[in-house]
Design a protein around this ligand. Structure first.
Ligand code: PEP
Length: 248
C-alpha cells in the first residue's frame, strides 16, 4: 500500500497563495511521490484556484467537510457533490475542529462519511481522544466508540481512510511515542476489521497531530501507520515536500 499523505490547509490562504502552494507542491514532488498518495485539502472556496494546477499530476484534491444531505436549504454548507464537481476525490469528516467548534457528534460523522461514499468520494474519518480522556485512561474506550459509531454501512468493503488524531497532539508540537502510535493504530485496525469484516491489511490508518518534516519519516516507518494527516506543516511548500519525500 502506498503511504497516504494528506495536507489539511484549514482556514488559511487566499487565491494567490493557494495557486502558488499547489504549483510548488506539484513541481517539487514530481517523480518523487511514487511511494505516496498525496492529497491536499484547501478551504472550499479555494478549490477552483488549486484544481487546475493539479491536473496531470498524481496529487489529489480533498474537501475539509461535507453536509450529510445531497442538497437543500442549508445556508453556508457545502455538499459532497459540490466537492466532487470541484475536482475532489477525498473529504475529511469528523475533524476534531469540526467536533469542537461545530459540535459534530459521531452520528454526524457517520452520516457525512456515508454521503461521501454515496457521492463517490473517499471519506477520511478522523477519530482521536482528548487530553482529558487520555489522562483518565479512556483512550481505547473512546476510539472503540468512535469506530463503532463513525464508520457507516456504506463504507463497509469500500474505500475509506481512518485518521487517528489525538486531539492533544493537534497544533501543539506534542506527539505520542512511536510505540504508542503503533499500539493504537494496531488497535484501531483490529476493531475496524471486526466492524467491517474487511481484511486488516486493506484498512488504512494514518496518523495526524504535529507531523513535521523532522518526525514524518519515523512516524511513517512505525508499525501499522499508513501515512500522515498534516495540518500546519502542509502550508509550507518546502516542509510539506520534505514530508512527502520521507515516504520514500
Ligand atoms: C490537523 O489539522 O489535522 C493536524 C494534524 O494539524 P497539525 O499538523 O497542525 O497538528
Amino acid at each position: 500500500m502506498k503511504k497516504i499523505i494528506i495536507g489539511n490547509w484549514k482556514m488559511y490562504g487566499d487565491p494567490a497563495m493557494a495557486a502558488a502552494l499547489a504549483q510548488s507542491i506539484v513541481k517539487n514532488t514530481a517523480g518523487k511521490a511514487n511511494n505516496a498518495q498525496v492529497v491536499i485539502c484547501p478551504p472550499a472556496i479555494l478549490l477552483p484556484h488549486v484544481a487546475p494546477h493539479l491536473s496531470g499530476s498524481t496529487i489529489k484534491l480533498g474537501g475539509q467537510d461535507c453536509h450529510i444531505q445531497p442538497d437543500g436549504a442549508y445556508t453556508g454548507d457545502i455538499s459532497a457533490l459540490m466537492l466532487k464537481q470541484a475536482g475532489c476525490t477525498h473529504v475529511l469528516v469528523g475533524h476534531s475542529e469540526r467536533r469542537k467548534f461545530h459540535h459534530e457528534q459521531d452520528i454526524d460523522v457517520r452520516h457525512k462519511a456515508a454521503r461521501a461514499v454515496k457521492t463517490g468520494l473517499i471519506p477520511v474519518i478522523c477519530i482521536g481522544e482528548s487530553e482529558e480522556e487520555r489522562k483518565a485512561g479512556k483512550t481505547k474506550d473512546i476510539l472503540a466508540q468512535q469506530i463503532r459509531e463513525c464508520i457507516p454501512e456504506e463504507a463497509i468493503q469500500g474505500d475509506f481512510i481512518l485518521a487517528y488524531e489525538p486531539v492533544w497532539a493537534i497544533g501543539s508540537g506534542k506527539t505520542p511515542t512511536m510505540g504508542d502510535i503503533s499500539d493504537i493504530h494496531a488497535y484501531i485496525i483490529s476493531l475496524a476489521a471486526r466492524r467491517t469484516g474487511m481484511d486488516s491489511a486493506s484498512i488504512p490508518v494514518i496518523y495526524g497531530g504535529s507531523v513535521k518534516a523532522d518526525n514524518a519519516r519515523e512516524i511513517m516507518a512505525a508499525e501499522a501507520v499508513s501515512g500522515v494527516l498534516v495540518g500546519g506543516a502542509s502550508l509550507k511548500a518546502e516542509e510539506f515536500c520534505r514530508i512527502v519525500a520521507a515516504a520514500t
